[in-house]
Structure formats: C-alpha cells, structure tokens
Design a protein around this ligand. Sequence first.
Ligand SMILES: Nc1ncnc2c1ncn2[C@@H]1O[C@H](COP(=O)(O)OP(=O)(O)O)[C@@H](O)[C@H]1O
Ligand SMILES: O=C(CO)[C@@H](O)[C@H](O)COP(=O)(O)O
Length: 475
Amino acid sequence: MNTGQRVVIGVDSSTQATKAVAVDVESGEVLAEGRAAHTVNGTGGARESDPEQWWSAFTEAVAATGYADRAAAVAVGGQQHGLVALDADGRPVHPALLWNDTRSAPQAAALTERLGRDAWAERTGSVPTAAFTVAKWAWLREHHPEAAARTAAVRLPHDYLTGRLTGSGTTDRGDASGTGWWGEHGYDKEILDLVGLDRALLPEVVEPGRAAGAVRAGSPLPEGIPVAAGTGDNMAAALGLGLEPGLPVVSLGTSGTAYAVTRGRPADRSGTVAGFADASGRWLPLACTLNCTLAVDRIAALLGRDRADVEPGGTAVVLPFLDGERTPDLPYASGLLHGLRHDTTPGQLLQAAYDGAAHALLTALDDVLRHGGEAADDAPILLIGGGARGTAWQDTVRRLSGRAVRIPRAAELVALGAAAQAAGLLTGEEPAAVARRWGTTDGPLLDPLPRDDEALARIADTLLRAGRLFEGPGR
Ligand SMILES: Nc1ncnc2c1ncn2[C@@H]1O[C@H](COP(=O)(O)OP(=O)(O)O)[C@@H](O)[C@H]1O
Ligand SMILES: O=C(CO)[C@@H](O)[C@H](O)COP(=O)(O)O
C-alpha cells in the first residue's frame, strides 16, 4: 500500500442504484468501485423510493470499495428533482417522489398557467414539467395535506444523503436549479408563496468550491473528513467530464439527457430545454426524456431479442413512451407503434424503438447549444451512461445526429465528478480541472454517419399526427 496516497470517494445515487468510486487524487486512477441497487415502487404514473434505502445503499456501496476508512474527502451526486420531505426528527413523511413520477403533471400545468411561461423561464430558467420539485410539493400538499403539514425540511436526493453525512441542511446551485423555486439570485419568495412552502424548510445553497461540512459519526467514512457540496447527477457528470462550453453530451441511462455547459444563462420559454445551473458557476441547458435504456430494453424483451439485435430499414415508427414522456411534454402518453407492414422484421421494430427514444434528445441538442449561445456544429458528442456501452445505441446516435461520437472509457462519470469535487476541496483546484487532469474523456472517437433525415422526419410526422392519443384527462 502507498501510504502517501490520497484517496477520495465519489458517489452517484441514481434512480436504479448507488455507485461509489474510490479515486487516487493525484493520478485519477479508479482504485475500486462499489454498487448497491434500489427499489423504485409505483404503477401508472407513480414512481417512489424510500430515502432510508438510499442511505443503506450509500453505506453498502461506499464500504464495498474497501477504501472507506482511508478516504480523505467525499461528495455525492444524486438523481435530480426528487422530493424528500422530512419530519422534525429527519424521517420521511412520505416516500420520495422521483423525477419520473408523472402524477404531478396537473400541478405543473396549473403552476405554468399561473405565472406564465415567460415568467418561469425568466425567473428560474425553466418552465416546470411534472419532473420539477415545485410540482411534486404542490402534489403532496393536495393529496397528502397531513404529510405536508408535518414537513420540517424539504430536500433533494443528494441533499438528503449529504445531510445524513454532515448533520446539516445543504444543497448546491446545480441541484437547486431543478426545483423550480430557485433562480439566479437564490430562492424565489413569490414562487415559494405560490406553493405554500416556508423558506426555513429549505437547505442552504453552498457556493461552488466550498464544503458542505464534515463527516459525523455513524457512516463507514472517517469522522471529520470534508464533504463537498455534491450536486445533481447531470451536473456531476459535467464536472466528471471536465466539460468546456460548446461540447455536447448525451447520457443514456434510466433518463436520456442532452446538455452542454454554457457561459450564458439559458431561458427557453418553450420548455424543451431546462435552464439548469452547473455546479461551478456556469449554466447547463439540458433536455431530458423519461424513456431511454429501460424502455428500449423492455421492447427488446417483448420481441424476445437481444438488445443489440437490430436490423436497418423499414417504415415502422416506435414512440416508446412507456412511462409517459417529458420531452416532448406528454405526461399522459403511452407507447405507440405506427407504419407496420407485412415485411417489417422484429429487428427493424427494435431499431425503431432506439430511434424513437433518441429522436427527441438529438433534435433537442441543437436547441440546447443555441440556448446557451455556444453552438459548435461539428463538435463530437460525448456519449455516456450505461447505454453508451451498447453498439446499437452508439450507431443510433451517430445516424440520427450526423455527428462523430466519443465514448469515454471511464464508466461512472457522475461518481467521478463527485470524486473530482471532493478532490478539489483537498487540492484547491476547480473540480472540472481535476477531471481534465485525470483524462476522464479519453476513449475511442467514432466517425459520424450521414444523418438519416428520412427517419427523423418519419418520427416527427408520427408525433405530430398522434395528437389526441397522447392527451390526458380533461384536455
Ligand atoms: N452494454 C450495454 N448496452 C446497452 N445498454 C446497456 C449496456 N449496459 C448497460 N446498459 C443500460 O444502461 C442502463 C443503466 O444505465 P446507468 O447510466 O447506469 O443508469 P442510471 O440512469 O440509473 O444511472 C440500464 O438500463 C441498461 O439498459
Ligand atoms: O430528471 C433528470 C434530469 O433533469 C434525470 O436525468 C434525473 O437526474 C435522473 O437521472 P438517472 O437516474 O437517469 O441518472
């Protein structure tokens, strides 16, 4: 063992699992990884998890690295938007309402109507959809008023875990920007009043580069080591990639996301692009879909095929909106198959599911770059998340974007971003600079394929004509 070696732990508490990496601060070598799964409960539009289970998974994944007792600093990246409402003893008053829970769609629509799209985009950077915490809090108040009344603290998933480590209520600008009640100048009192939420229930927003606190007793980590602010998982991945303005990222996981770091503050009144803050003082315009790898894997299973077993050609369109959809904003949608012919093959249907899942992300990419004002038309896409390992996903992104694609060899970029934030506390460097020094984007560059405008047009046309099939109750 190298006794002078400094090790940090970075954690990704995502929808399906917690992943932890132990990283050498100097070289960036990932020394060990740990993982523990979560349960997501709910049918129809409901998606809930037990925050206590996140904490158990956190301790299990961190301990599984084998480096917990040697860690010099730690940070947590977490799934965005989830509502964790705690009572005065720090216990959840209700299971956490996750980012992909669409029951809050009516509340999002009512809130959007109340202030108007322009005001939301101007004040918070985003027009709220069902994903945003503000809509979830409004849903909780409406459907479980007794739980809302008992709430003494409102947290996001990464705030909850950071709070379990430090004993303090903290968040950061990146994750706060996904709530719908935070703007460039802090919490928005008028929006909080609109949803009857007391500012005193919210965590302190820790400045980039500052610590959230120190580890207290009761975790596998050494007492007293610094805990960095942490952030939302997409912001953590941006740190983990050492992202510079103009470089587009597409992440293929439970959610699909397309984003870039920008110097300008985005404000898209159409709502396609969310104007998130990043974790370092810049911005992170981002488009997010609810149906990505899980939906395509489900369709492969229905077809009885391996997920890589795709075939080109045909006229079928699959809109794999198994969970409703957020981009486009169709929370009541379900999956749709159109354009089936006698000669359509199962492999073509599976390819159509990949195309349908990638379509919204890749068409939103230009908007993402434009809304931050730093478009680089021919920059390669950095392709990350579990799906980036699959050749069918890689080829779909190349064919529907017309861009080259780089596949970073580093797999756990959210956890690595959290590790870079923790390392930055020790070395005084910017976390993104730490990640660049670690060479986290190294990996193969795949050439672009000619953009398949025909497939894109076919999907766009089906979406347009499906119209009322995707509408919800009362529309
Ligand atoms: N080799 C692969 N090819 C295609 N998809 C993959 C591959 N390996 C993992 N996946 C997909 O990656 C998903 C998990 O991605 P990940 O980014 O870890 O998820 P999360 O969003 O929960 O962090 C799984 O749903 C799985 O379908
Ligand atoms: O809601 C969003 C982004 O706005 C999602 O990207 C969540 O942050 C969940 O991510 P994963 O579980 O897919 O990592």
